[in-house]
Design a protein. Structure first.
Length: 192
């Protein structure tokens, strides 16, 4: 299981750890959790996460890898079974897009912009039921057919987010607005 992102309270990394507790101790002893990201200005939060990992007897299975270069991040995407995000406040969430780009199934809590970003490219969670989410993660990791469907859905979603597709959508939107409202400037459509 992979998570990439800054260690910050809104990222709810403790929810990842609690979910992983059930996966590792009750379902799959060979599972690993990789947490990549910095904790600059959030050292106390990072300390609390590391303490939680120790309290749940997960120290041997959770890897805090800190800040990595692009090739190391890519290796994590390409060698993990699932990307997981439990954040309760996200913007676009570039790591989820990167995961889908590299063919990594995505599971994310449906908060803030995550439903719009992930769309049908991954699995969105509407409740944080850790044991059930752990079962889902195990299913993705052990069911090649399910994993492949999620990989394909993620790649399709990434293709929908390409700049040219976005540009076409914006032009179409402004074109429709122009026909429905004469106040829309034609300069906007020309600029695009």
């Amino acid at each position: 299981v992979l998570h990439i992102g800054r260690f910050a309270p809104n990222k709810k990394i403790e929810d990842l750890v609690k979910t992983f507790y059930f996966l590792h101790h009750h379902i799959n002893k060979n599972s690993r959790l990789w947490l990549a990201g910095i904790d600059i200005d959030t050292e106390l939060y990072s300390f609390e996460i590391k303490r939680l990992v120790q309290e749940l007897h997960l120290s041997q299975a959770v890897n805090f890898v800190g800040c990595l270069d692009d090739s190391e991040i890519r290796a994590l995407y390409e060698n993990s079974s699932v990307y997981m995000c439990m954040s309760e406040h996200e913007g676009f969430c570039l790591p989820a897009i990167e995961a889908m780009h590299f063919g990594l199934p995505v599971v994310a809590y449906a908060s803030s912009a995550l439903p719009e970003t992930i769309g049908s490219g991954g699995i969105l969670l509407y409740e944080k039921k850790y044991p059930e989410i752990a079962e889902l993660l195990n299913m993705i990791g052990t069911n090649p057919e399910l994993s492949q469907k999620l990989r394909e859905a993620g790649k399709k979603r990434v293709s929908e987010l390409l700049f040219n597709k976005f540009k076409e959508h914006v032009i179409e939107t402004f074109s429709l607005a122009k026909h429905n409202s004469p106040q829309v400037s034609s300069k906007v459509a020309v600029a695009l």
